[in-house]
Write a protein that binds this ligand. Structure first.
Ligand SMILES: CC(C)(COP(=O)(O)OP(=O)(O)OC[C@H]1O[C@@H](n2cnc3c(N)ncnc32)[C@H](O)[C@@H]1OP(=O)(O)O)[C@@H](O)C(=O)NCCC(=O)NCCS
Length: 157
């Protein structure tokens, strides 16, 4: 019998809506919306993401009752070849290697969709995220809006 509390990576869908909204609440309580701008951390956004059907990819790392991390690859719907990657980990689950594992998963997911590279943005003072991205090989270049643009060439499937 499988353990319903075991960690799994999964596509985001309707059954996760309440847990994703609770996860967004935890990020907001921590003040993390200052680091992450692709979309707001609201219940309405959780509902939109869980109902979304399209080419972009939205994933969660979850146990039975809790979303522990969120990852996105988006831009294909808008016609871009290179998806934008975003990741966030629950404040209570940080420092355990979850973001590093999720990044590897997202890179593989992007490759399987035919992407040659991924891009992301990060604030210069977001030290945990910068260290993570640099350690994974991202090249970070300053942009006009005060962030860094990170690009990583992916392995080909
Ligand atoms: C950045 C974030 C995703 C890291 O998640 P995490 O699961 O704690 O990270 P991991 O445990 O997988 O650590 C991976 C690497 O991140 C870096 N890192 C993580 N926490 C760090 C910290 N407190 N200080 C400095 N570097 C840190 C390290 O390089 C670490 O690798 P190492 O353990 O081999 O040294 C998490 O802090 C987060 O969700 N922050 C808020 C949202 C956010 O900023 N998202 C990114 C927007 S660009």
């Amino acid at each position: 019998m499988s353990d319903p509390l075991a960690l799994e990576f999964c596509r985001i869908g309707l059954p996760l809506e309440t847990r994703l909204a609770a996860f967004f609440d935890a990020l907001t309580a921590r003040g993390d919306e200052r680091w992450f701008h692709p979309h707001p951390f609201t219940a309405a956004e959780a509902a939109r993401l869980c109902a979304y059907r399209g080419r972009d990819l939205y994933y969660a790392a979850a146990t039975g009752d809790t979303v522990l991390a969120y990852g996105m690859l988006r831009g294909w719907d808008e016609g871009y070849e290179t998806p934008s990657l975003g990741v966030a980990v629950h404040p209570d689950a940080r420092g355990l290697g979850l973001a590093r594992a999720f990044m590897g998963f997202l890179h593989a997911a992007a490759s399987f969709q035919g992407a040659r590279r991924v891009r992301l943005k990060v604030y210069p003072d977001n030290a945990p995220a910068r260290r993570l991205y640099e350690s994974l090989g991202y090249t970070l270049e300053p942009t006009a809006d005060g962030q860094f643009m990170g690009i990583l060439d992916l392995k080909r499937v």
